[in-house]
Design a protein around this ligand. Structure first.
Ligand SMILES: Cc1cc2nc3c(=O)[nH]c(=O)nc-3n(C[C@H](O)[C@H](O)[C@H](O)COP(=O)(O)OP(=O)(O)OC[C@H]3O[C@@H](n4cnc5c(N)ncnc54)[C@H](O)[C@@H]3O)c2cc1C
Length: 447
């Protein structure tokens, strides 16, 4: 292992929309930032979504310019496929050991031309991006808009045929690459480690992942996305275009049997969004949303809900008790219809989408000594006054790492975390940001 040292003003952990925005907000003020992301590309969950509620803007079109801005910013050191291993307080700041995992492709030489990918003879299911619905080669660029556009080699599945080695025009393939550690000295840390979804196979009442035509919200995002696996919505068991699609709300939130007592805030809105997109993609399909109550909390969200109703999406008040399937693998939903004298009904659909909720993505207690609350998300002691300030001086938090939230709130709290970090450096360490000379010359695309 080789060892390097990096001095920055702020270390941002997590390269989703919140971490990217916090990094850009600090970097635009002239602060030096190191952004550490554990995946091979930045972008977080947002880069995999189809369109955003309530405007139905293309997600990729919003996220990709931010990813490029992060990668091209003079004040941001981007460290993907890297993880913080240890953190200690060091004088007025922190010292962090970062492990740079080997890609077996030299980042500094790879141009992302994909010549290696074209000649590689082996395919593997793409579990990370497409839930195994498509495949990638053993050596591959993670996805079309990945940042950085650097290939990655899955050494465990490589047969060392040497084809990529010969095809690479810049000799970037390195089978002997070793993990490297980097020591980062930073005055502040911003935690933006995001969320995971509640597992769609958690509830045996809903088929526990055994029913092929019961999927979750993130899988549906991929089916709806222009960059998705098939370019259309097909049901998994037989590739049929579904005529009847149902959403089951609170399938991983407000559910004590799963240990998730809280509302995940986003599920109502993304179900409505997907239902609207489905009405466009499959105009003849019947779309039903089984819900307990609709929580449309943000600006323009209530109107979005009303628009969905006006489009003919059926909202059925009732809690789904069980999902089974018939001999053709059509899911059968058993539900108590609350508005219809609580009678119990069984309805058959072609495809059922579970509106799974949000779980914390990462426990910040062991490494950063930042306590988590009862729900597992980062504890923010004065949430109403300082929504980005943690119990550890100099460590701030943003986005869904602090609790379920949508993209708008993730961006807002990213701004809050960046300004809290800047204020902290100013008041505690007497630090001012360096003048931002280079920035005025930057292209407006990256402004
Ligand atoms: C199905 C679905 C649809 C949605 N649709 C919408 C929508 O239309 N509109 C909307 O506003 N919101 C939507 N959301 C919510 C949206 O995805 C989140 O609000 C947003 O992604 C939160 O961003 P984030 O940066 O906080 O977290 P994330 O996107 O989870 O990013 C966190 C990043 O941190 C990285 N990371 C985690 N731990 C570490 C670590 N220890 N070290 C280094 N890196 C780490 C992760 O790899 C990831 O890249 C949807 C959510 C779902 C589930």
């Amino acid at each position: 292992m080789t060892s390097n040292k990096l001095h920055v003003d702020s270390l941002v952990v997590g390269g989703g929309i919140a971490g990217m925005q916090a990094s850009l907000d600090l970097a635009d003020q002239g602060y030096q930032v190191a952004l550490v992301e554990r995946d091979p590309s930045i972008g977080g969950k947002m880069i995999g979504l189809s369109k955003v509620f309530p405007t139905l803007d293309c997600c990729s079109c919003i996220t990709t310019p931010k990813m490029a801005a992060v990668a091209h910013h003079d004040n941001i050191q981007l460290l993907t496929y890297s993880e913080v291993q240890s953190v200690t307080r060091n004088g007025k700041g922190f010292s962090a050991q970062v492990l740079r995992k080997p890609r077996y492709v030299r980042e500094e030489d790879c141009t992302g031309c994909r010549s290696c990918e074209l000649v590689c003879p082996l395919d593997l299911p793409d579990e990370a991006n497409e839930y195994g619905r498509t495949a990638h080669r053993v050596v591959y660029v993670p996805f079309a808009t990945a940042v950085p556009q650097t290939a990655l080699l899955d050494i465990d599945h490589c047969i060392f045929c040497g084809k990529c080695l010969k095809a690479c025009p810049t000799d970037a393939i390195d089978f002997f690459q070793q993990p490297q550690t980097l020591q980062i000295e930073a005055e502040t840390i911003i935690l933006a480690t995001g969320y995971e979804v509640t597992p769609y196979d958690a509830k045996k009442e809903y088929g526990a992942g055994n029913l092929r035509n019961v999927i979750d919200g993130l899988m549906m995002e991929r089916l709806l996305a222009p960059t998705g696996p098939y370019g259309r919505v097909l049901r998994p068991s037989d590739g049929k275009l579904p005529d009847s699609i149902a959403y089951v709300q609170c399938a991983g939130s407000r559910d004590l049997s799963l240990g998730v007592s809280y509302c995940s805030r986003i599920c109502c809105m993304y179900a409505i969004k997907q239902a609207m997109l489905l009405s466009g993609a499959l105009p003849l399909a019947d779309i039903t949303i089984y819900y307990m109550d609709i929580r449309a909390f943000g600006k323009g969200y209530e109107q979005f809900y009303q628009n969905a109703k006006a489009m003919g999406i059926e909202f059925v008040k009732g809690k789904v008790a069980r999902i089974t399937e018939d001999e053709d693998q059509n899911p059968i939903v058993r539900v108590e219809l609350i508005d219809e004298f609580s009678h119990v009904a069984e309805r058959r659909h072609d495809l059922v989408v579970l509106s799974v909720g949000m779980l914390p993505g990462y426990n910040t207690q062991p490494l950063y000594q930042v306590p988590v609350a009862e729900d597992g998300f980062i504890q923010i002691p004065d949430y109403n006054i300082s929504p980005a300030v943690t119990e550890q001086a100099g460590i701030f938090a943003t986005g869904s790492a602090t609790g379920p939230m949508d993209i708008v709130d993730s961006i807002v709290t990213a701004g809050a975390a960046a300004s809290e970090a800047a204020a902290y450096m100013h008041t505690h360490n007497g630090r001012q940001a360096a003048p931002v000379a280079a920035q005025e010359e930057r292209s407006p695309v990256y402004a």
